[in-house]
Design a protein. Structure first.
Length: 64
C-alpha cells in the first residue's frame, strides 16, 4: 500500500512514492514554501551572532 502524506503547504493528501515534489503535492506548493523562507517568515531558533567587519571591509566602506 503506497504511503500518503499531507502537503505541508495546502494540507492536501498526496502520494509519497514517485512524487518529484515531496513532501509537497506540487511545484506551486514547493515555491510557496520557498518564498516563505526567503521572506524570513520561518526561523530556526538559536543564539544571535554579532558580526564584525574586518579592516579590509571597513576600508572599502569608507571609500564610498
Amino acid at each position: 500500500m503506497p504511503l500518503h502524506v499531507k502537503c505541508p503547504t495546502c494540507r492536501k493528501e498526496c502520494s509519497w512514492d514517485n512524487n518529484p515534489h515531496r513532501p509537497f503535492c506540487s511545484d506551486r506548493c514547493q515555491l510557496i514554501d520557498l518564498g516563505a523562507w526567503t521572506e524570513e517568515r520561518y526561523r530556526i531558533p538559536g543564539r544571535k551572532v554579532e558580526t564584525h567587519m574586518g579592516e579590509d571591509e571597513e576600508d572599502k566602506n569608507e571609500d564610498r
